[in-house]
Design a protein around this ligand. Structure first.
Ligand SMILES: CC(C)(COP(=O)(O)OP(=O)(O)OC[C@H]1O[C@@H](n2cnc3c(N)ncnc32)[C@H](O)[C@@H]1OP(=O)(O)O)[C@@H](O)C(=O)NCCC(=O)NCCS
Length: 190
């Protein structure tokens, strides 16, 4: 397959078990998830918001409409949800996106992710990115870049688990883009 846009079936929902034994479901984002996304954003700590958006934005209705209606061809969005969260944790666990940026190249997407604070360091970031990378590959994406703060070691570690580092570029004070080559999924035609 070449690297032009292609519809690739979203991965079917599946349960994964995290480091602390919690079971969460990995599944494509749907428009009906808007309340969950709004609640998750409201719960996200300031530091995580800053790392995700490189600032602390106010997300209005238009922004949520965009975030909740990925076309799942050029804008892929995969989330993780815990149907019965333990006390003190939210139902929305993580959301990751792969969004085509043709100005950067025909096969390039920006990757972005946010894991709810209380769900961090349990292995969900890597699992969501892994599933998203396989889906993105099938959609014709071959390279990802991530915009992050220069001190965001977590996203570098998580991406290292699922892709090959290519290069990095300083984008401004405290901001960095890191570039990654996606690996073919195990069942990709050779
Ligand atoms: C970065 C982020 C996505 C990582 O998700 P996570 O679920 O906590 O990560 P995982 O538990 O899957 O860990 C993946 C690897 O990264 C490492 N890691 C995770 N957070 C880390 C941190 N803060 N510092 C150092 N390493 C970290 C883990 O130890 C793990 O390494 P291992 O495989 O060697 O054990 C999450 O912390 C987050 O959403 N942060 C706020 C938003 C953000 O930074 N987004 C990225 C910009 S787009």
């Amino acid at each position: 397959m070449d690297s032009s846009s292609a519809f690739a079936a979203p991965p079917p929902p599946r349960f994964v078990t995290l480091r602390d034994g919690s079971r969460v479901v990995l599944r494509p984002l749907e428009p009906a998830d808007e309340p969950l996304l709004r609640e998750g954003f409201a719960r996200l700590g300031r530091d995580s918001v800053f790392k995700r958006f490189l600032g602390v934005p106010h997300l209005g209705d238009e922004a949520f409409a965009y975030l909740c209606h990925p076309d799942q061809v050029d804008h892929l969005a995969l989330g993780a949800e815990c149907p019965e969260p333990p006390a003190g944790r939210g139902r929305g666990v993580a959301i990751a996106r792969s969004i085509r940026v043709r100005e950067e190249g025909e096969d390039v997407s920006e990757v972005a992710i946010a894991v709810a604070d209380e769900w961090q360091r349990l292995g969900i970031g890597r699992r969501v990115l892994d599933a998203l990378a396989a889906w993105a590959w099938r959609s014709g994406v071959r390279r990802w870049y991530a915009l992050s703060t220069t001190d965001n070691e977590g996203i570098q570690r998580a991406l290292e688990r699922v892709a090959e580092p290519l290069h990095r570029r300083i984008e401004g004070p405290g901001a960095l883009s890191t570039w990654w080559a996606l690996r073919p999924p195990d069942d990709a035609p050779g």
